[in-house]
Design a binder for this molecule. Structure first.
Ligand code: SF4
Length: 200
């Protein structure tokens, strides 16, 4: 099966890169080489925009529910490719487009990026993971160090202003009830939606 565009449930996922500035203790990449109907999500080389578009041309995109930027790495490492591909998808197919991200795209790109996603991305889903910077640093281990958690929250706030739906997520069973309640309060204050995603 293909590793650039792959199917998960009834959605098409785009695997743009294996680069990521984090080393999450729970990262799926430590346990498996594949997700959904993919074969191996480790890329020999990052696909070009044209290669990704060609993958969509081969498929009956109309039969899928959603298109998702999410692979074995952080998609915003390739912000320009996201923008180009999303514009192509918007023009060609009438499907919602989601970006799954660790929320550190501002630090990765050295500038605020939410405005660049406006009109191209319908849903931004950010992995919040924990309600506190201390636990975030222990579990996500971002190479940017301290300030990463604040940058994530700032990106989420920016997204709420320009993206139709913004979701912040934590993983079921990894937080106490009190911590989940704290996340819910933080996310409500930001104006985003809270999702507790299943433990995989
Ligand atoms: S941000 Fe995602 S890809 Fe990066 S280490 Fe964490 S779980 Fe893995």
């Amino acid at each position: 099966m293909n590793n650039i565009v792959y199917q998960v449930h009834n959605n098409l996922y785009i695997n743009l890169t294996n680069r990521c500035p984090c080393a999450c203790v729970f990262c799926l990449r430590n346990k498996t080489d594949r997700v959904g109907q993919s074969d191996r999500l480790w890329l020999e080389k990052e696909p070009t925009v044209q290669e990704v578009e060609a993958e969509f041309e081969k498929r009956d995109v109309s039969s899928f529910d959603e298109i998702v930027f999410c692979g074995f790495g952080e998609p915003t490492e390739r912000l320009d490719a996201i923008k180009e591909i999303a514009a192509f998808l918007k023009e060609k197919y009438d499907k919602p487009i989601r970006l799954n991200t660790n929320g550190l795209g501002d630090l990765i790109n050295g500038r605020k990026i939410a405005g660049e996603l406006a009109g191209l991305i319908d849903v931004v889903s950010i992995s919040l993971n924990t309600p506190s910077e201390k636990r975030y640093m222990e579990e996500v281990r971002p190479s940017f160090g301290k300030g990463s958690f604040g940058a994530l929250l700032s990106f989420a706030k920016d997204c709420v202003k320009v993206i139709p739906k913004v979701v912040l997520s934590t993983v079921a069973t990894t937080l106490s009830k009190e911590e989940e309640e704290e996340c819910a309060r933080m996310i409500e204050a930001i104006g985003a939606t809270y999702r507790i995603r299943p433990f995989e």
